[in-house]
Design a protein around this ligand. Structure first.
Ligand SMILES: [Zn+2]
Length: 340
């Protein structure tokens, strides 16, 4: 039985249970804290309070039936594994973590002068030996192709990600910009470097209601990240659900990942009134989206496929068959497409 690495060690892939495929816990830059910690009043970070808050939120998620979360917080977003290990001791939840780098244009200075092979080697080390000295191993690779496209250091990042994936047979999650359709650019670059599209998830594809774009991605065998339920700024909830139902009706249920892209804390929201009404909620899918899908005619099999089987296949990789393109002749008209 294939094993998957989590913060608490290896878990059989069949034991992952209901899984949210894209959730953060903390997004925060240590350098910001060291320089602007008190710039907006009393220090915004109290280690113990933030960990306790995360334990409470993740405990509620576990009680709602979620057994695993996949956390793509890599360097660039403030990954700090010892903090995750501390809170995971108090919550019975599988937390799967990533290697890679989150940069839209330029590599951070620390990596800027290193070659593709050296950067790939760092990623491979985090998959095979562990992240720094924590003993926690990464189970997937994460990178980004934002609105700017594949320019600046992004080609080098994609090349290093592809090399590490090919060497370790580890799946890849790419943050993309749905409006600019950069999921297609990401897939083209990765497949040119020898990556099997069925090992790739196009994160934030669900920000789009353009069924043409979504079908083009899914028809390669790649997965669609319908992973921002609750972030109405990018796509309102009702539209997300309508598009998801259309994809299910067309038979794409075997390549959809569900999640919220939530976090217990985001430092970039501190003191910024733009985010005053943000209330990230890890429970929206359990409490709102799944009931709405069932009510609209989706089956319990669809839900199990998206929340249990697809995560397992994404991580198990070559040991399970690649998804067959099973979509039926399109019964849905394209009025759903509003081209975000
Ligand atoms: Zn994210």
């Amino acid at each position: 039985m294939p094993q998957i690495e989590t913060v608490r060690g290896q878990v059989e892939v069949t034991e992952l249970g209901p899984t949210l495929m894209h959730e953060h816990i903390f997004i925060m830059q240590p350098e910001a804290l060291q320089n602007w910690g008190h710039a907006f009043g009393p220090c915004y970070w109290n280690e113990r309070e933030r960990i306790d808050d995360a334990i409470a939120k993740l405990t509620r998620l576990r009680e709602a039936g979620i057994q695993t979360i996949v956390d793509p917080t890599v360097p660039g977003l403030g990954r700090f594994i010892p903090r995750i290990q501390t809170l995971n001791r108090a919550v019975d939840l599988n937390i799967i973590v990533a290697t890679g780098v989150y940069a839209f244009l330029e590599l951070p200075n620390f990596l800027a002068n290193r070659g593709v092979d050296a950067i790939a080697e760092l990623f491979v080390r985090e998959i095979r030996d562990g992240i720094d000295d924590t003993g926690v191993k990464a189970a997937f690779l994460k990178c980004a192709v934002e609105k700017h496209g594949i320019i600046g250091d992004v080609p080098r990042i994609l090349a290093a990600i592809a090399a590490a994936s090919n060497e370790t047979e580890t799946p890849i999650m790419v943050h993309t910009n749905a409006t600019k359709r950069t999921g297609l650019d990401a897939l083209e670059a990765l497949t040119e470097d020898g990556v099997d599209p069925s090992r790739v998830v196009i994160a934030h594809a669900g920000d789009s209601n353009d069924l043409g774009y979504l079908r083009t991605i899914a028809d390669t065998g790649a997965s669609l990240g319908c992973d921002r339920f609750g972030i109405d700024h990018f796509n309102p909830m009702a539209e997300r659900i309508k598009t998801l139902l259309a994809l299910l009706a067309e038979g794409y249920g075997d390549r959809i990942h569900l999640s919220h892209d939530a976090s217990c804390f985001y430092d970039f929201m501190v003191g910024d009134p733009v985010f005053a009404n943000e209330n990230p909620d890890y429970l929206l899918i359990s409490k709102h989206v799944v009931p709405a899908l069932l009510e609209a005619g989706a089956s319990h099999e669809h839900i199990a496929q998206m929340m249990i089987e697809n995560p397992q296949r994404f991580f198990a990789g070559a040991t399970t068959p690649a998804p067959e393109p099973v979509h039926a002749p399109a019964p849905i008209d394209d009025t759903v497409s509003t081209n975000v």
